[in-house]
Design a protein. Sequence first.
Length: 1101
Amino acid sequence: MHFNCEIRFLMQCILFLFLLFITASSVHDDLQSVATDDESFKLHLVQAIWRHGDRTPALNFSLNPDDIASWAEGPDGELTKLGILQQFRLGEYLRNRYQDFLPNHYSSNLIYVRSTDYNRTIMSALANLAGLFPPSAEEKWNENLPWQPIPVHSVPKNMDYVLNMEADCPLAKKAQENIWQSAEVLAIMKENQQFIDFLKNKTGLEFLTLHDMVRVFDPINCAKIHSDHHVIPDWVTEEIFEKIHTLFNISTTFWMSTPEVKKFRGSYLIWEIIDRMKAKSSGMEKHLKFYAYSAHDLTLIAFLNHLEVYSKSMFPAYCSIILIELLEKDGQYFVQLFYKNGSTKLEPLELNFCKSPCSLFDFEQKFSGIYIPDWKDACKLHEMRIEKTMSSGGKSFQVEMENFEKEIAAQNARSQAIGSGSGRVQANLQFLPHSLQRPFSNAQMPAQSKSTMFNPTPAVNQYYHQSAAAVIEAAPSRYTDVLNRAGEADAAKFTSQVLPQDVNLVKSRRTESRPTTSTATLATTFSSSSKSKAKKPARNLRTAGGCVWEDLSLNEWDPDDFRLFCGDLGNEVSDELLSKAFRKYPSFLKAKVVRDKRSNKTKGYGFVSFKDPQDFIRALREMDGKYVGNRPIKLRKSSWKDRNLDAVRKKCKEKQKLGLRISLANSVEFGMKFHWVPFIGLVIILMLNNNICSGTVVQQSPGELRLLQVIWRHGDRTPAMNFPLNPDKVWSEGTGELTKLGILQQYELGRFLRHRYENFLPKNYSSHEVFIRSTDVNRTLMSALANLAALFEPNSDDMWNKNLSWQPIPVHTVPRDLDNVLNLEAKCPAAEKLQIEVWHSSEAMSIVKANEALFELLRLNTGLPMNTLEEISTVYDPLHCAVGSVFIGKHVKKIHEDKHSIPHWVTDEVYENITRLFNISTTFWCSSEKVKKFRGSYLVVDIIERMKRKAGYVDENLKFYAYSAHDETLIGFLEHMRVYDATMVPTYASIILIELLELRGKYYVQMYFKNGNNSAVPLRLEFCPHPCSLEKFEKNFKDITPLDWFSACGLQSMETIAWKKYASLFFILFILSVSMFLAQMAFIISQRRSEERHFHTTIYN
């Protein structure tokens, strides 16, 4: 009994120690709550969570009479002009409320804004900041534009488990599914079953639950807000809409209502906010005053659910906001919360677990049970490879490619066994990310394709006109629109490029009464000599490998069309994707991919039909070998033989009447009788490919610009590094921040791009045509915003504020530590080790030795060891920021000469030598082939993959993709192109232009480099002519990236890190437990010995 008590006491001690260990970091002296009306509270930190502004529909139902594609901003939940104005007003509201707390000017040390990676939330944040921080007199960089760029940081959707309440988490998804199957939800469904059946009938939604009510409410609500331009279904009366609205509001109360769901949805946001308040209260965070989250209704609902205050009447309208204020009184800290639902009045949130204002300690303790140390481990997610998120590569990709090749080889083997014409044509596999080798999921689908989820574009399209791209022409504008040159003239110039008798052969009409009796007769279908009265022949006959069969998949084709056979189609090519490739031809009728009836897998070929023979000819000439999906297709005129010679002769006579030249008309019948039709077809294809038609050489037409990708360096900045003995260390903007001059430089660069590509780029910003990516650094984000302010100035249609000629355009980012595409300093031990070897190489050290006198001077005056060439940048950077020159228009101005000076020992000669050595040092940054494998390779592959997707009609709408980055980013790219030297160091606002051109169905790459204010000059590649074919360009950079970024860099996977973290924790607990056990045993033994001595003493006495 005594021993059991000791064991129980020991277990209690261990349990107490465990609880003490995990809560020790949360211990706080604040134990009291205080009344709200005490004016002695001091505000220390404001954190805000707002919902984006008014947007276009993000969801739709099939029977909606309002075409969501008709929304000018885009159909995928894009921010409207009204939404921009709402957020601007919300920013002004925050300025008025916190006028005495927030600074009058933006400061990167005081302000930080975070957004989800959605256009509407990033644009909302930008509009809000425009109202919150209008530029002061000293901040103005443009007298005509009262706006300043302020960075908004984001995290890719699949990585964002703080703000994205739909981030991948199997356990959360399962818990949410359980909610929708709960008795309470089913009871509501049963109560409203008649109304739900009514909605099913009217919307065309086959499955409609309480969870799906958003699909009905969202498009109708958006149309009601914009009823002057959009149609509301006639069956939607005010009473019906109110009932839909009520059911939708009820559904929102179930979204995150259970503890299981709340553990994964919103818990990270809660704890990030708490940790920031703790850092502020402890003095660890001294400067930050305002932290904002730009997010969604789900984000606010999750937060309110955690506070246990959410109800159906609180659904966040557009621009709703939650304010979390950190107050201090007598050294103790408190939390006060407010909620402003749309345009309603700001109201305090009364918490049932704590009186407002709530002590920070009590607030933290309330949520201690939902803390998750590791998201992926808690969600049971598989290892997330960074290279899959931001670039191509990866072991799983290689495995998929190998399986893909085996599948194609097997299909080709089967095709050869059956005979030619029934399988795909073998082609070289192209290097593409695995996401393009299978049908797109909702998450993988490109932005411009998501609208087809609810309004899929039909494969059959009558005379669809696609707006033409631009072509390269002469100055003053480098590119001019070819839309005005399209028309009958284009069709006419192709008249002589194919044998007319072959056109007539293809155009001949099928006859249902044509007799046939045997396979031999079928083999001579074009002959009219057979007069057998056998039964009516089967339609749509095919022949291959000596066999003849009826292909029922062609039953719905127009009997008088012009049809192309499309071979070598990849698994990802659908009817829709094949249609997209040929829609630019006015008389395009239909595209169909032939599939296996049982497995529904593609057989590797398909057909495309046209009404006009000229379009048929142009398509055959221009599209052969062009990318559709992830590989170039092989075209030939369809060889199906359900045709008739009489119809062919009739067509020939019709063309003769029209005055069309048929020089070889007599050879048609002769060729058919002797089965020379395949030979004639081969001659025609050879003629087309060699641009020879009726003895005439076709002149080369200028290539059409299809895609523009650019990489620019940020504008002028403050020093990003400094040396210890520099007397000039204080810059008001902060370290490495963009200056007013830098903003102006980028604005001018945007004007340059607009002028150069005036006839190619859209006049107005479009999320489907334009995408901007930046490193997650303030100066690059601000540079991108300034550039876009000039590149896409709002016109009358885009104006949302007559006093501000500016519109918010989203710039997307990836966290620096994970950005192996643009950040050439991303953590990678293997690359860092290789770079150290480069700096200590004999070549680099010989330069140091040759300039020993200068290095000795620098050692004495900078406080740096100055042992390698790498350190020269630490000296050069602050000096260059203070005394370097920059071109503004045609004038030269000294940078910051009025505010900053240089040390007395820096003479003109010394500065020139430092500059010369810095320029030389940049040639060592990415010169090693081993280093280039890690630095810049992912950017090259990212650019190539985008060009291939454009060529394959996957990113059909995309026109402009920009990277806002750093000098080392541009240098890394130029090193990969093998053109970089010390004379090409990218100055501020330098840019690389990468153009994808199309010429006769083939794609070419040409590049230009504009160094600062200099003119753009072409980059001549030693491995490829200018312009370079896309195929050759891609081949040169095959397999340049590591298969696995983590393993190649020597980094641990997230699972390994998590395992080690938990292992360390358990090891510490184990040691503590053992120590406690030993201490307890020692105490027990000591007590027993003491009792024994006492016992013996008593006996003897």
